[in-house]
Write a protein that binds this ligand. Structure first.
Ligand SMILES: [Cu+2]
Length: 114
């Protein structure tokens, strides 16, 4: 339950209309106070059918991956660079987000509402 509220607190973009819309977010790879590298925000929200546009910004010197396997997203962002990603959230559910290069340190989720 605590994890659920934490996820809610990290909501940045949810489209509010009844039809499919667009979710545009900037996601930045940062280091937490616990010295863990994460893509922030860690929880992304969209509605089924939304186009999701993410600007991935890697603030580190080494490259990091951003994978949302459920939607065919698998990017590598070089150190100090950014990359734009676009996909359609065409199914509802909770889908893991990870760095496929260093799976241990970057974990998040994409929540797609029906
Ligand atoms: Cu990484």
């Amino acid at each position: 339950m605590r994890r659920f509220w934490l996820a809610l607190a990290l909501v940045v973009g949810v489209s509010t209309s009844g039809t499919a819309g667009e979710v545009t977010l900037t996601v930045v790879n940062v280091v937490t106070p616990q010295d863990v590298k994460i893509w922030e925000p860690t929880s992304l929200f969209a509605k089924k059918g939304d186009s999701v546009m993410l600007k991935l910004i890697n603030r580190h010197q080494d490259e990091h991956g951003y994978e949302v396997a459920a939607f065919g997203v698998k990017e590598v962002v070089e150190g100090g660079k950014s990359k734009d990603v676009k996909f359609t959230a065409d199914k509802a559910g909770i889908f893991p987000i990870k760095c496929h290069l260093h799976p241990a340190h970057v974990v998040g989720q994409l929540v797609v509402l029906e």
